[in-house]
Write a protein that binds this ligand. Structure first.
Ligand code: FES
Length: 102
């Protein structure tokens, strides 16, 4: 599909995350220390929406069973069982605009 405008930089301050639905994909976009990252919003454990959880630095805690994910690379950080990584989307910052490539 290509790049889609996700937000303007000032709409997503450091330490915040935002939910996007682009072309049927549920996507979580986060600002970690001024850098933007996008991963699947759907937890690979049982399908919770991760943007309803908590963000602490680059770590997102799932609201349901507290799996901890690294939003910068989609990898699982902490959980009793192994889960496959979250899908990662490319983010492009162009001036004041933040795009996600889907
Ligand atoms: S649904 Fe995310 S940890 Fe269970």
């Amino acid at each position: 599909m290509g790049r889609v405008l996700a937000c303007r930089r000032d709409e997503l301050p450091n330490g915040k995350m935002k939910y996007l639905q682009i072309d049927g994909n549920d996507i979580l976009l986060a600002n970690v220390d001024g850098a933007y990252y996008a991963v699947s919003d759907i937890c690979n454990h049982a399908g919770a929406n991760l943007h309803e959880g908590k963000i602490n630095g680059k770590h997102i805690t799932c609201p349901w069973h507290k799996a901890v994910w690294d939003v910068t690379n989609g990898e699982l950080v902490q959980f009793p069982v192994r889960l496959r990584p979250l899908k990662v989307y490319k983010v492009i910052v162009d001036g004041d605009a933040v795009y996600v490539e889907v």
